[in-house]
Design a protein around this ligand. Structure first.
Ligand SMILES: NC(=O)c1ccc[n+]([C@@H]2O[C@H](COP(=O)([O-])OP(=O)(O)OC[C@H]3O[C@@H](n4cnc5c(N)ncnc54)[C@H](O)[C@@H]3O)[C@@H](O)[C@H]2O)c1
Length: 305
């Protein structure tokens, strides 16, 4: 099937999304656009020279206004976090950009995947400014945090992360919530896994929450894992896989949450983030999720100040 994926922003993240998408064989055509047109061109040339080593696909740099015909559009433009800066501090600069992009997508027929941070607030901003239905404006949300959590639990237990089923929900950021009470490994509740102690939970949650800061401190950006995450999301959607992924979208009442975009486990298919799953939560997790929604609502309101 001929599928076109457009990527707006050919920086650290956009190019890692590109290489992961090519290896995953999700698109037959990949379009890169960036305000720095020469950079996008150079990246497209470089990526296309590897064509003998990934499933058949072409890669081209295009002006921003040529992305409108893509089946899926990844938004990875904007600036990244600085050391010591919280994701919400990025908000104002990147919100302005996403509002502009959203205004140009009012007739867009495909799926929009927002990666630019703060991803939840910007998912809301883009859904609102584009007027597209909420299931077609998806933020990568806590998919990355969930991937980090699965890796960390797998490392602790010496089990493959693919066999760990545990979710991070809420904000992709400081108020995110790890759902320890429903975490499973190989079909067994994590808390009944031989040798697992609850005192391991807090340090792992902190490790996941601070992962981006630790990486940015060392190399100035995070890119590889988010590239793989975004490719997995695009594959689930464009192939209609109906995987359950912790993506962000404007919520419309699950667990009483509405008027804010945040991550909950959600079935992803060709229509986008279509069915939000109601997770089982302990009282603490429920409170944490409500607080996370409040943090995001406040951030949204701060845009009007
Ligand atoms: N959601 C996540 O889990 C996650 C993970 C990592 C990074 N991020 C976010 O992804 C975003 C990109 O990060 P990065 O490290 O790739 O930054 P980067 O600076 O390397 O790349 C951003 C690119 O956007 C381009 N750009 C800026 N304004 C533009 C415009 N108006 N039109 C077109 N292109 C424009 C820049 O020229 C640049 O090439 C940041 O907001 C970062 O925080 C999100």
């Amino acid at each position: 099937m001929q599928l076109t994926i457009g990527i707006l922003g050919a920086g650290w993240v956009g190019t890692s999304v590109a290489i992961s998408v090519l290896h995953a064989g999700v698109a037959s055509e990949l379009l890169l656009a960036d305000a720095r047109a020469e950079v996008a061109e150079g990246e497209a040339m470089d990526l296309s020279h590897g064509a003998a080593f990934y499933p058949t696909a072409t890669v081209r740099a295009v002006p921003v206004d040529e992305l409108g015909g893509a089946d899926a559009l990844v938004i990875a433009a904007g600036r990244g976090g600085k050391p010591g800066e919280s994701r919400l501090e990025l908000l104002r600069d990147n919100a302005k950009l996403l509002r502009e992009v959203g205004g140009q997508l009012r007739a867009f027929q495909g799926l929009v995947v927002v990666v630019t941070n703060p991803v939840d607030v910007l998912t809301y901003v883009l859904a609102e400014s584009s007027g597209l239905p909420p299931e077609r404006v998806i933020g990568t949300g806590t998919m990355l945090d969930t991937a980090r959590l699965r890796q960390a639990i797998g490392r602790e237990l010496n089990v493959a992360p693919q066999s760990v089923h545990a979710h991070v929900v809420g904000e992709h950021g400081d108020s995110e919530v790890v759902l320890w009470s429903s975490a499973q490994v190989g079909g067994l509740p994590l808390r009944r896994w031989p040798g697992w102690h609850r005192d391991r939970e807090q340090p792992i949650a902190e490790e996941v929450r601070h992962a981006a800061y630790e990486i940015i401190k060392r190399k100035g950006a995070t890119n590889h894992a988010i590239g793989l995450v975004t490719a997995a999301l695009l594959r689930a959607s464009l192939r209609g896989e109906r995987r359950v992924q912790t993506v962000s979208r404007v919520q419309n009442g699950t667990l009483g949450i509405r008027d804010v975009a945040l991550s909950l486990p959600t079935v992803v298919d060709a229509g986008g983030a279509v069915d939000v799953v109601t997770p089982e939560l302990s009282d603490d997790e429920r409170t944490g999720l409500e607080q996370s929604a409040d943090v995001l609502r406040k951030a949204l309101r701060s845009l009007d100040d």
